[in-house]
Design a protein around this ligand. Structure first.
Ligand SMILES: [Fe+2]
Ligand SMILES: [Fe+2]
Length: 145
């Protein structure tokens, strides 16, 4: 059973970010199943997915905030950095664990953190961007060279 399900109030009404949030929600739900099954490979995937999320999604949001001159940008970036610090500690604990039991413990701790963090961050840091995202419509299309 999924531990987090998507609700309309989680939407920023901006599909590129909504779909990244939905994808990460699926990672958390899948990891919760893997932990129940003591599936070590699934736990490794969870940590890798967190790393990918940080690299892709956080930089996506940070780039948008800069482009729209979002007033809460500094606090939001600090919150992303704190997540990176926390999840890196759990990942290190997982990687240095020398038994399945210890790996499971580290994964469970990471999981408890992730499920609370995801909703908390989405509501308190990402959602307040929603009214500002309309500014993206008035910007010229981004050029990538
Ligand atoms: Fe986000
Ligand atoms: Fe964020």
């Amino acid at each position: 059973m999924a531990i987090i399900s998507w609700r309309e109030q989680m939407s920023l009404n901006y599909p590129p970010l909504d779909s990244e949030h939905q994808a990460f929600m699926k990672v958390i739900n899948q990891a919760s199943e893997d932990i129940k099954k003591r599936h070590i490979e699934g736990m490794e995937k969870m940590f890798q997915a967190c790393y990918d999320y940080v690299r892709n999604h956080f930089s996506h949001e940070e780039d948008i905030m800069e482009r729209i001159h979002y007033p809460e940008m500094e606090e939001h970036i600090a919150s992303h950095q704190l997540f990176i610090k926390n999840i890196s500690q759990f990942r290190q604990e997982f990687e240095t664990a020398d038994t399945v039991g210890k790996k499971l413990d580290a994964s469970q701790k990471a999981m408890a953190f992730l499920s609370v963090w995801f909703l908390g961050h989405l509501i308190s840091r990402d959602k307040p961007m929603k009214p500002y995202l309309v500014r993206l419509r008035n910007l010229p299309p981004r050029m990538n060279y």
